[in-house]
Ligand binder design. Sequence first.
Ligand SMILES: [Zn+2]
Ligand SMILES: [Zn+2]
Length: 275
Amino acid sequence: MIVAPLGSGSAGNAYYFESDGTAILVDAGLGPRDTKKRLEAVGLEIEMLRAIVLTHEHYDHIRGAEKIARKYSIPIYLTRGTLDASAIERIETPLVLFENNSTFTIGELAVHARRTIHDAADPACFVIEARDGTRVGLASDLGYVDEPVLKHLQNCDGLFFESNHDLDMLRMGTYPWSLKRRIMSRFGHLSNDDSMLAVQRMIGADLKTLCLIHLSQKNNHESIVRDMAARLLARTGAQLELGIALQEAPAVYQVSRRGRRAATPRAVGAQMALF
Ligand SMILES: [Zn+2]
Ligand SMILES: [Zn+2]
């Protein structure tokens, strides 16, 4: 499966998944032109998209959804709660509702949705499964990782998981106290420490690619997250590909089932190797 984080963080999130000729965008927090440009930068095409799937209604995840859906005549998959909490236009925009804690299919991809804990109406994380059984988990905007979400994301071949902030940087930083409290709450975002604790529990024998996502630009740094993750991998003895998704630099990963030879990536972009 090709997985391409096009942008990750509070200024816009979009993740491209493709397998067996079906491509979807999970979250569309970048405008149509930017999304197209970033896909092209890593050798992918926006015309391949069959659907947009939304995690929740926050602006950094849906900003471009309506425009992209209409421009390319593709549906937006979202929960009723996300739709009701968003300003997405309902008549002209093709919409498909899905229930949290259920599985639906888009072309050759199965999407397993699980409800997450965050200050949104009905937020979801996903495991995207290819026809050959390759499973890739994507979860960000988590105030807290509960057992059902942990279980949901176990046994993945690829895991794209939030590591939002360094607690000291957040505490000492310039954000108003109310915002700091919201980020740190059970309905906010995962600190690096909490993220690593969760990842430690999700590293299974199958996991081949780990990418940390939705890093705060003000209260985190790529090098901090990379060091923490590298230490965790050393401690657990896990041998896997490690990446950090950035706000401005798209990247491409080829995730295949462990033990299988990775198919040659169809597209190799300039940002291919983040590890
Ligand atoms: Zn977000
Ligand atoms: Zn959010």
